[in-house]
Design a protein around this ligand. Sequence first.
Ligand code: ZN
Length: 241
Amino acid sequence: MKIAILGDIHSNLEALTAVMADTREQEVTEYLCVGDIVGYNANPRECLEIVRQELKAVSVKGNHDEYIASDMPLTGFNPIAARAVEWQRNQLTAEERKYLGELPFKLQVKGVTLVHATLDSPSGWTYVTDKWAAEASFSYQLSSICFYGHTHIPLAFTRAGRVKVSLYSSLSLKLGTKYFINVGSVGQPRDGDPRAAYALYDTDESTVELRRVEYDIAKAQEKVIQAGLPERLAARLEIGR
Ligand code: ZN
């Protein structure tokens, strides 16, 4: 079975449709999502509709999903971020926001664990970027593989005794080793590679591959500008930061 794990789609329809074309070519049959379906870019409704209806992806909640689902005041946000969150809230129906708000923080599904940020504090929205943070998360990880998102950086942490970390393009999974794998970002990559990213888990071969997919960045940028969203959100797409 081939499972695609998508994360940090962030309302980027052009990136999501390009990823879907690639998953079809790869003969993917199941979809999982590590959260942040919405936020930042210009097509929150369309992306949410695809994740729910077309891909029937099982998803956990990201921090943007939570901010946009709720009516909490955005006092802690900088004005640009607050305006972007407000815009996304206004695009979605009450039912769509309720759906986002009810997504679980973590989930066991298809033999793996899904979480947006960390397993030690799934609703705390801290970042796993080093071995110490990964170690804390591993201590709460029951399955051998956990997929996560949030940092938009495709790092793989492995624990077989000591914790090791690497940027990865493909992994051969070994018995007795635990994996905490970031699937990269579909809609706003931040590792310097502007192509959309997702992880492809082949359960028969026991491999995880990081796929990178070209998409129409200019079109996604144009939509961000036309929607009146902050220009910086458009600019960062082409540099992958
Ligand atoms: Zn994100």
